[in-house]
Design a protein around this ligand. Structure first.
Ligand SMILES: NC(=O)c1ccc[n+]([C@@H]2O[C@H](COP(=O)([O-])OP(=O)(O)OC[C@H]3O[C@@H](n4cnc5c(N)ncnc54)[C@H](OP(=O)(O)O)[C@@H]3O)[C@@H](O)[C@H]2O)c1
Length: 172
């Protein structure tokens, strides 16, 4: 994808990787929109990108993920790419990690990114792209990270299947 002038929504722009990605996009001439959970952190991240729109979302609220996509598309006059760079990590033996932790990881690392992409498919056109930070654990699950590994593998599987569905429409 030619990034010069590309309209890219970065969900999780307040994080380390999301911030680095947004900076790189800006350096390559893209027009980023920044999405984040915390309004103050989002405003702070946006200071490095004058004029870039910001939208808020919470991974626990899939409807807010869809609203973030629609809001960014409205502000930028469309979108050429949507990237999810947010996530949650957890460590611990599989037998000791509680159900509530597993539920948390599934909500943040699987259901929220897929909510972003479902909404993205309604606004992206030919030549556009979606991308997600999954992690090496998606392909090489690690001991002490079973539930985290499973959440990233689930997102990766979803992306593999969705890619086959949308490529005929020119979305990578
Ligand atoms: N760092 C690594 O070495 C590495 C390696 C492989 C994969 N990854 C993956 O890459 C992604 C980003 O990692 P990172 O190191 O940049 O993490 P980070 O600096 O801790 O940033 C995490 C981001 O996720 C957001 N977030 C967390 N919970 C959220 C929620 N409930 N709703 C909305 N946003 C939420 C945070 O928002 P707030 O600013 O509001 O907290 C922040 O923007 C993660 O998915 C991680 O698993 C990281």
């Amino acid at each position: 994808m030619n990034l010069d002038g590309a309209r890219v929504l970065v969900a999780g722009a307040t994080g380390v990787l999301g911030g680095a990605l947004t900076a790189e996009l800006g350096a390559r001439g893209a027009r980023p929109a920044l999405a984040g959970r915390d309004p103050a952190r989002l405003a702070s991240a946006a200071r490095a990108h004058p004029g870039a729109p910001t939208v808020t979302f919470d991974a626990y609220d899939p409807a807010s993920c869809a609203r973030a996509v629609d809001g960014a598309a409205r502000e930028l006059g469309g979108l050429d790419a949507v990237v999810t760079a947010f996530g949650s990590v957890a460590f611990g033996p599989a037998a000791e990690v509680g159900d509530e932790i597993a539920e948390h990881l599934t909500a943040v690392n699987v259901l929220a990114p897929t909510a972003f992409f479902r909404a993205a498919f309604t606004v992206l056109g030919p030549g556009s792209a979606i991308a997600a930070f999954t992690g090496v654990v998606a392909r090489r699950p690690q001991a002490g990270m079973a539930d985290y590994s499973a959440s990233k593998a689930a997102l990766s599987a979803w992306l593999d299947a969705a890619r086959r569905e949308v490529r005929t429409g020119g979305i990578r």
